[in-house]
Design a protein around this ligand. Structure first.
Ligand SMILES: [Zn+2]
Ligand SMILES: [Zn+2]
Length: 298
């Protein structure tokens, strides 16, 4: 009896080990895939057969639902149409989209556009954020959630080049002036558990788009902060106040330079505000913020 139980236990361990090995194997293949996707056409004719072989082993799947798609890093048409991309007119400061139809406005036309670009939302007028401009690619909602969760927790790291392309488009004015790109950091314990910082992957892929310097360890989390999930706006700000600092070895590189801070999701802006304050305190000339998705209240 005892021998049978031990046998079953060993078999279960073996299965678990097998699953872990398989997971590690596919993670390596995904990493190779991502490398090829980053290289793009530059991978050259010599590496093309290897790329094709990878396509056979890991066929391209929709970043949202996992359905087979034509190209690596693409979305199926259902997931694509479920997305809400944010576009002008936006608050010049925090990037909040205005519920406004230019066709209905007496200020529409070329003069109207510049008028609209100069508007700030009520919250930014009442209390200007520490960062200069924040922009987001899309709205955080039922359409974008699977994509973001897959990237953050589901090892769908091959999405980074696609997301970087979207970020580069949504933040082109920010990228044009950025000198340093850095991610919102994870606490080391969370980084250890998750194995990668999704924001650091975005920042590195984005730095390749704009030629700014990528400094993944620019900011550090000085203390682990409880999850912000259930907190309201004021609690979120208190929760992360003073939680970030510029790495002492990186301070001279940041001094007098313009920082582009990258994160995956912005909820109330508490985290990116705390990071911006830390960067400004260490001597950054200005901070801009670029995120994939932003939570918007109706
Ligand atoms: Zn899909
Ligand atoms: Zn605003």
């Amino acid at each position: 009896m005892a021998r049978r139980a031990a046998g079953e236990k060993a078999a279960a361990q073996g299965r678990r080990r097998g699953r872990l090995t398989a997971a590690a194997g596919s993670a390596t293949l995904f990493a190779m895939r991502a490398k090829f996707d980053t290289l793009g056409e530059r991978s050259g004719p010599l590496l093309r057969p290897l790329r094709r072989a990878l396509d056979l082993v890991l066929p391209p799947r929709c970043l949202g639902c996992g359905l087979l798609v034509e190209d690596q890093g693409a979305l199926c048409s259902t997931c694509w149409s479920a997305m809400t991309f944010l576009a002008d007119p936006l608050c010049r400061s925090c990037g909040l989209p205005f519920a406004y139809d230019p066709a209905d406005s007496p200020t529409s036309g070329s003069g109207g556009d510049s008028f609209v670009q100069d508007l700030a939302c009520g919250a930014c007028l009442a209390q200007p954020p520490p960062f200069e401009r924040a922009r987001a690619v899309m709205r955080y909602d039922d359409g974008s959630r699977p994509l973001l969760l897959g990237f953050k927790h589901g090892d769908r790291t091959e999405a980074a080049p696609t997301f970087a392309g979207w970020l580069a488009r949504a933040g082109r004015e920010l990228l044009a002036e950025a000198e340093i790109v850095a991610p919102v950091p994870l606490h080391w314990r969370r980084l250890f558990a998750r194995r990668y910082n999704q924001s650091a992957l975005l920042a590195s892929a984005l730095a390749r788009h704009c030629g700014a310097r990528d400094i993944p360890d620019l900011l550090q989390r000085r203390r682990a902060t409880p999850s912000q999930g259930r907190l309201n706006r004021a609690e979120r700000h208190r929760n992360v106040a003073g939680a970030f600092a510029v790495h002492p070895r990186r301070a001279t590189e940041l001094e007098g330079r313009r920082l582009l801070l990258v994160d995956d999701v912005m909820t109330t802006g508490a985290t990116v505000s705390a990071c911006s304050r830390a960067a400004l305190k260490a001597g950054a000339a200005a901070v801009d913020v670029l995120v994939l998705a932003r939570v918007l209240n109706d």
